[in-house]
Design a protein around this ligand. Structure first.
Ligand SMILES: Nc1ncnc2c1ncn2[C@@H]1O[C@H](COP(=O)(O)OP(=O)(O)OP(=O)(O)O)[C@@H](O)[C@H]1O
Ligand SMILES: C[C@@](O)(CCOP(=O)(O)O)CC(=O)O
Length: 508
């Protein structure tokens, strides 16, 4: 039995919702510590079982859900030189089947038929999918156990807790489960079948064991499969975060995918598949992949906190309304988009400058952190002018950048509210504004906002220090107007990576 496990992080879009759909603007996305794990195992059922030639069984299981097992058979069609995937269960999972169908066919093309078949080793594949608890609301699990809705209770829950329901009924928290499922599954299958060996540019350091080229292939394949399964071309920031973790994302031009996206995908009616064309389109060398990712992450000492707000919103209808307003009000929208775009970019630059300062002037940076942790942001500018320890160089520059981060984000929120008011979409509805403003009164809270498309789904805070975290959590606990459930999520270190199977599969 040979097992490969790949994991990838969920996402939180701190700034750039709606704008990031347009290639002209960027989105600041943070990779979440909550991850999806895909474990791919080659199995031989028993010594007597022999599969028909060029026919391999695949079983996919999601043990955290009811009725979440999908069985497939992969069989070769010599006349078409492609692999067909047939479903052996009535249940459908478009994300899984699209990844399996296209990844195996791409592997056939890159490895060559003989090598691809050899790698199957006359065996089948068992694929297990696990998501960290934060991807799903744990409120019912906590109340079953008589536990309060706190981070401490969440920490006491076992890992990969069964949700007690089906995938279609589960309450998701908006961390991008489908993007991270697709990304980790592509990475696990590529690795299991030795795709890296086909790459001509061999490992460049990426901080993970995976090469730059490998990551680019995973990215392109995952974007393609995710778009096809979702039935639309979103900005792709969620897939990009699942591959690369935190960064400043500029989307790819969707034109790159159009020639290879079938109008519909069903396993019963095979889509036309031109493997050389699929390969050259998904190749990182294809000029159509013009997305960019600039390094951006929270500065040292800054911590992300996230809460699920039980009210919920329907993102696709919010997006279509905002985009419709933009179309009918081009000049007002242009002004707003440009102003927001500059602020979002400015925020990412401030994060980067502060990160550099933290390394160059460690003590001064720590002194600024110590000061600001104790005060709410509305007192920061004043203390910069009055506190003698903040007057010397280089600390004065650092302190001013802290102040600028807070004021920039406050203005971003104002513009997002304007966008919502003008397009009649509750991007930061008043009930969220009240909660966010209350969070901003807590000492050491740098930013509080609605992630991604906004609405009633979630809120985030970026804070300095443990004392602020505790106070923010009590604000959430005591909030009466809406049910605000903390999550354990922090910023992730890195993007997609390979894991030790023993660590993930033990007990699962
Ligand atoms: N644990 C899992 N096992 C198998 N398939 C899953 C799993 N989690 C998600 N999926 C697939 O992803 C689909 C959900 O995708 P959808 O685009 O609706 O959510 P999402 O926007 O990624 O959610 P969120 O951002 O709230 O996590 C499921 O219907 C299923 O096909
Ligand atoms: C509105 C949008 O820009 C962000 C949606 O983010 P989220 O799914 O709400 O985290 C859509 C997109 O970028 O695909």
């Amino acid at each position: 039995m040979h097992t490969t496990v790949a994991s990838s992080p969920g996402k939180v879009l701190l700034a750039g919702g709606y704008l990031v759909l347009d290639q002209h603007y960027q989105g600041l996305v943070v990779g979440a510590s909550a991850r999806f794990y895909c474990a791919v195992t080659t199995f031989k059922p028993d010594d007597k079982t022999h599969f028909a030639d060029n026919t391999f069984p695949i079983v996919v299981q999601s043990p955290q859900f009811e009725s979440a097992e999908w069985a497939y058979t992969l069989s070769y069609l010599p006349e078409l030189k492609i692999w067909k995937l047939s479903e052996n269960t009535a249940l459908r999972n478009p994300f899984v089947e699209i990844v399996l169908f296209y990844t195996f066919n791409l592997l056939e093309y890159t490895l060559g038929h003989e090598m691809f078949v050899q790698r199957w080793n006359n065996a089948g594949l068992k694929i297990k999918v696990f998501g960290d608890n934060d991807f799903y609301s744990q409120q019912e699990r906590l109340s079953e156990r008589g536990l309060p809705n706190t981070t401490q209770s969440l920490q006491s829950l076992p890992r990969f807790l069964p949700t007690g329901t089906t995938l279609s009924k589960v309450h998701k928290t908006g961390l991008g489960s489908s993007a991270t499922l697709v990304t980790s599954l592509v990475a696990a299958l590529f690795t299991h079948f030795g795709f890296s060996q086909t790459l001509t540019r061999q490992p460049e350091a990426t901080g993970s064991s995976l090469s730059v080229d490998f990551l680019a292939w995973v990215h392109n394949m995952a974007q393609f499969c995710h778009c096809l399964a979702q039935g639309k071309i979103g900005s792709g920031f969620d897939v990009s975060a699942a591959v690369y973790g935190s960064h400043l994302y500029r989307r790819f031009n969707p034109a790159v995918l159009e020639p290879i996206l079938p109008s519909e995908f069903t396993l019963t009616k095979l889509p036309t598949l031109d493997l050389p064309h699929l390969h050259s389109t998904l190749s990182p060398d294809h000029a159509g992949w013009d997305h960019t990712k600039q390094p951006a992450a929270l500065p040292p000492g800054f911590r992300l906190m996230l809460a699920d707000v039980d009210a919920g919103s329907h993102t696709p209808s919010m997006v279509s309304k905002v985009l419709a307003w933009r179309k009918t009000h081009p000049s007002a929208a242009q002004q707003l988009w440009d102003a927001l775009g500059n602020l979002n970019h400015g925020l990412a630059s401030l994060f980067q400058e502060l990160t550099q300062e933290a390394h160059l002037h460690k003590d001064a940076y720590q002194q600024a952190l110590d000061q600001f942790t104790q005060l709410p942001t509305h007192q920061w500018a004043n203390v910069c002018n009055t506190e003698p320890t903040l007057q010397d160089s280089p600390i004065v520059d650092i302190a001013q950048r802290f102040v600028k981060v807070a004021s920039t984000f406050a203005t971003i929120r104002q513009y997002l509210r304007d966008m919502g008011d003008q397009s009649h979409v509750p991007i930061e509805p008043i009930r969220q504004t009240e909660l966010l403003d209350r969070c901003m009164q807590v000492a050491g809270v740098v930013m509080a906002g609605v992630p991604g498309a906004g609405g009633y789904d979630a809120i985030f805070c970026v804070i300095l220090g443990d004392a602020s975290a505790k106070q923010v959590e009590s604000v959430w606990n005591e909030w009466k107007d809406m049910n605000v459930s903390p999550l354990l999520v922090e910023e992730s270190k890195g993007g997609v990576r390979l894991e030790d199977p023993d660590q993930i599969l033990t007990g699962n």
